[in-house]
Design a protein around this ligand. Structure first.
Ligand SMILES: [Fe+2]
Length: 315
């Protein structure tokens, strides 16, 4: 059974260059039902599950904060995600680590390669499953890797924006590369006026792709399940290393560098130095602490309860 449907020649030519949508039938594998997902969550190591609650904060609407889910089973997590609460669960690397899911990931790679003629670096590809409630939102952000969003169940709305300095300021992107923030960037409703896609309705059975680093945000309409493929390419590793160096120059040495206006030789040197710095210091030096602000309580009427005092994530 082929999982990707209707991939035409134009899609192959435009792959990775513009926003595009392609149909698929991943739901038919049976691996994404409520029951299968609950069992998958029970099998998965908890350090690779991010269970988050979406809150509103000034300048960062729809910020995702960490929920401690230790002691709660997969069934409870799915029930919480099907409630009215704004819940967002990211099951990282499940497509790589659990054998039935890995079969699907491998098949998608084979089909993508056949359709696009491009050999994406499979070893690099991480596949995670996102399970989110009807009131969940994914805040305005940019991903430092190439991202394919395989939407499997439910209805979402997605906005995609250009990756110009106005929408993706160097400093905000550096924060992502340095690990100061997850991927969040400041957002105001004014940015929507310049969106490339504003908004697109996304239904289960649709794959959506956008050019690398294009900022985007998502609002759910119903309970949703998606699979996200993320992989770095030579070009993304180059940009990320160079912008890492710029981030350090700005934060530690008070400089005001610009990647957008940098010449090719400047980019080249910075990418080499940045790569070396990343190898030694990594993102740890700037990494923010992951603070738990809520607790998921099994069998409680209110699944998610605020903790008395925030504590660092250990689960
Ligand atoms: Fe994203």
């Amino acid at each position: 059974m082929e999982l990707i449907k209707h991939w035409d020649a134009e899609d192959a030519r435009e792959y990775g260059k513009k926003v595009m949508m392609v149909e698929h039938i991943m739901a038919e594998t049976g691996l994404f039902t409520d029951e299968a997902l609950a069992e998958m969550l029970d099998r998965h190591p908890s350090h690779l599950i991010d269970f988050q609650y979406v809150v509103n904060e000034p300048d960062y609407p729809d910020r995702q904060v960490t929920v401690d889910f230790s002691g709660a089973d997969g069934k409870t997590m799915i029930a919480a995600a099907k409630s009215d609460l704004p819940i967002w669960i990211n099951v990282r690397e499940v497509m790589n680590r659990q054998p039935e899911y890995k079969k699907v990931l491998d098949q998608l790679h084979r089909e993508l390669e056949a359709y696009t003629g491009k050999n994406n670096d499979r070893a690099n590809c991480r596949g995670g499953i996102l399970i989110s409630s009807k009131s969940a939102r994914t805040p305005y952000h940019a991903d430092p890797t190439m991202t394919h969003l395989w939407h499997i169940r439910g209805h979402k709305k997605a906005w995609v924006y250009p990756k110009t300095p106005e929408f993706l300021p160097d400093e905000a992107y550096e924060s992502i590369i340095l690990g100061e923030v997850d991927e969040d960037m400041p957002w105001t409703s004014k940015l929507d006026e310049g969106a490339i896609v504003a908004p697109a309705d996304l239904h289960g059975g649709e794959l959506v792709l956008w050019p690398i680093r294009s900022p985007h945000r998502v609002e759910n309409v119903t309970f949703c399940v998606s699979m996200v493929m993320e992989f770095s390419t030579k070009a993304s590793a180059f940009t990320n290393a160079g912008m890492y160096m710029n981030g350090v120059l700005r934060r530690k040495y008070g400089k005001n560098p610009s990647w957008w206006n940098a010449s090719p030789p400047e980019k080249f040197i910075k990418a080499i130095v940045g790569r070396a710095m990343l190898k030694t210091a990594g993102r740890k030096a700037f990494r923010r602490k992951d603070m738990v602000q809520y607790k998921l309580v099994q069998d409680a009427k209110n699944f998610v309860q605020a903790v008395a005092a925030p504590y660092e994530r250990v689960h």
